[in-house]
Design a protein around this ligand. Structure first.
Ligand code: NAG
Ligand code: NAG
Ligand code: ZN
Length: 604
């Protein structure tokens, strides 16, 4: 109902309705100004959908018939007769002016694009937590979905055979990503010795990241480069055999011991291109890069200076240092030739991940009572760091998976917000992943207004083993998206993928959020979804990929909804994901991705 009344007044960023003029005079003035102004200045066009399948995520006007774009901005939304602005007046004169002339005049100075039935326009999609360069890196030798150690070895061999440069030079490192021992028979960590079995791989420098990026598996040749390993690593683990020898698996902080050569500029450039091409083809107009090292910041800055960022990047800086490093990264606000680069937040890590028993829990793991996981640094140290970042005006985004990590970080945030004068709406602290909470902390994160930045595909990837790790009680506070959203005082739950850990396609996250099913329609709780009460509605999920990430990046006034005055970032899909049956969501294809009013993928 709200929608209907709302549609009665067009929303316009510029006042282009004129009153009190005689219709014929208005017609002439308007056509002249259309020709003179619109044709010469910023390009203007209108997109219309007769069935009103333009979803704006603007709470006042959730669905409209048309949107008008001028230059990089949305200037009007509403019904055809309102947006194609003088048609009201012209229609009144249909007895005097022949209809073919009416059509011509209507469209003077602008293109009106009518969408095909079934297509849908959405605000540009955002991935609130991803790893841009690392995704391109992973694409060189993806190990996702491998079903055994042997399959990993086969994939490495195929990679060497198809990359002559990798095959010839025995000093060139071979790097891959995506293995997951929980998917293999026995579910045990692999070893360096496994890689020596094949003559083609023996003596090669091989480093393979686990699917979650929280463990690496290296070859014996790499172990040979590290003769003097420390006994213990704080916040990390060197996996050893019964005799005490390292097996080739390095978890969390121990990964930094592996002497991997830094990526060259050319490598970074090619990783960047691979990811951007993929991201635009899936409708991503913004990406929050969740762990940007200084060399990567420099690379992105160079791209921004050269006008080579095809979409928006919101960086969370990270410097590998135990000391405060807020003074070692630049602050960038709407930076670069197209103002698309931002760096005003930092990324810290509280713990590891659930798959490698690295998530820090309040009580021991249900399937491994020897351990409660790892805090990557001590609570006191984290507290000092977070306070300093807050004082210096950095948004603070912290990786927390386990209920202990979330508890410790909420203590720190609470102290700043309630005792030290922190302002949640100007600071906007975020918890990245926000995966497992005690019941009290689920309430507390809401009371404090801390933003939970979650990844729905993690829920559907982990649902097959999460309860084994956590037991039947703790699991109720895990991946509790609807509870988190209801608790949020701002009503926000920004969604991301954590690609390359999950796929880049945001529809995977949309589907996982609304169904809590794997892509083949199954779940440990059957076809109704895993803990279905935690499903999001499609409207909630869409907002989680548009307006909520805008809020989480201080951009809710310029991005995230199709509202006059905001940037013209949008995507056109060939299927209406807001209404098709759930099992058809993933077959929707992007017809066009538009950033700042310009088509960056497909066509209008
Ligand atoms: C816009 O279109 C809707 C749906 O067709 C209609 O209910 C509404 O009255 C229209 N508004 C105006 C101002 O014509
Ligand atoms: C927090 O900051 C906002 C925005 O500047 C301001 O409107 C609000 O009053 C502040 N809240 C408190 C409690 O100071
Ligand atoms: Zn991540």
């Amino acid at each position: 109902m709200k929608e209907e009344t709302a549609a009665a007044t067009p929303r316009q960023g510029t006042g282009n309705r004129a009153y009190g003029m005689r219709p014929w005079l208005l017609g002439i003035v308007c056509s002249l100004s259309a020709v003179l102004l619109l044709n010469q200045h910023a390009k203007s066009y209108v997109i219309c959908s007769k069935s009103r399948e333009i979803y704006t995520v603007d709470p006042d006007y959730p669905r409209v018939e048309c949107i008008q774009i001028r230059g990089p901005d949305i200037v009007a939304t509403g019904n055809y007769s309102e947006v194609v602005w003088f048609s009201n007046y012209l229609n009144g004169m249909s007895t005097i002016i022949p209809s073919w002339a009416l059509e011509r005049i209507q469209h003077l100075g602008r293109k009106v694009i009518q969408l095909e039935e079934g297509s849908v326009v959405l605000p540009g999609l955002t991935d609130t937590h991803a790893h841009v360069i690392e995704n391109g890196y992973m694409r060189q030798l993806p190990l996702m979905g491998s079903k055994s150690v042997d399959e990993v070895i086969d994939r490495i061999k195929a990679y060497i055979q198809s990359h002559p440069d990798a095959g010839k030079s025995s000093t060139r490192w071979i790097e891959g990503m995506g293995w997951d021992q929980t998917k293999w028979v026995g579910a045990k960590f692999p070893t360096a010795a496994d890689l020596d079995k094949d003559p083609l791989l023996k003596r090669r420098f091989i480093s393979l990241s686990r699917v979650d990026g929280h463990a690496r598996w290296v070859s014996s040749a790499v172990l040979g480069l590290m003769p003097d390993l420390p006994e213990k690593v704080e916040g990390g683990n060197i996996v050893r055999d019964d005799a005490g020898n390292p097996t080739g698996i390095f978890v969390d902080n121990a990964m930094s011991l592996i002497p991997i050569p830094p990526w060259t500029h050319d490598q970074m450039s090619s990783f960047f291109d691979v990811t951007m091409k993929e991201a635009l083809s899936y409708g991503l107009t913004s990406i929050h890069d969740a762990d940007t090292k200084p060399a990567h910041v420099e690379f992105f800055r160079e791209m921004a200076d050269a006008g080579k960022l095809p979409n928006r990047l919101y960086l969370m800086g990270n410097v590998a240092s135990d000391e405060y490093w807020g003074d070692k990264i630049p602050r960038l606000i709407n930076y670069g030739k197209h103002s698309r680069l931002n760096l005003r937040g930092v990324k810290l890590f509280a713990d590891g991940a659930l798959g490698s028993w690295g998530a820090a829990l309040l009580k021991p793991y249900s399937d491994n009572p020897e351990t409660s996981g790892l805090m990557l640094s001590g609570p006191e140290h984290l507290k000092k760091l977070v306070e300093q970042f807050w004082k210096d005006g950095w948004q603070t985004n912290i990786h927390c998976i386990g209920d202990r990590a979330n508890h410790v970080i909420l203590n720190i945030f609470e102290d700043i917000l309630e005792n030290k004068g922190g302002n949640v709406s100007t600071w906007r602290p975020r918890i990245e992943h926000a995966q497992i909470f005690s019941p009290d902390d689920l309430k507390r994160i809401g009371r404090l207004g801390v933003i939970a930045s979650v990844q729905p595909t993690h829920a559907t990837s982990d649902m097959w083993y999460a309860q084994i790790r956590l037991g039947p009680e703790r699991i109720k506070g895990a991946y509790a998206y609807q509870t988190l959203l209801q608790a949020s005082p701002q009503g926000v739950l920004p969604l991301g993928s954590d690609f390359p850990i999950e796929g880049v396609n945001p529809l995977l996250g949309f589907y996982a959020a609304v169904s809590r099913l794997s892509v083949d329609g199954t779940s440990p709780h059957g076809p109704g979804g895993w803990f279905p009460e935690q499903r999001l509605t499609r409207e909630q999920a869409l907002k989680g990929m548009t307006l909520d990430p805008a809020y989480a990046s201080f951009a809710e006034n310029t991005l995230g909804s199709l509202t006059p005055g905001k940037k013209a970032d949008f995507v056109i899909l060939d299927k209406n994901i807001m209404t098709v049956p759930v099992d058809e969501i993933l077959s929707a294809k992007v017809k066009a991705t538009v950033v700042d009013g310009e088509v960056v993928y497909g066509k209008l």
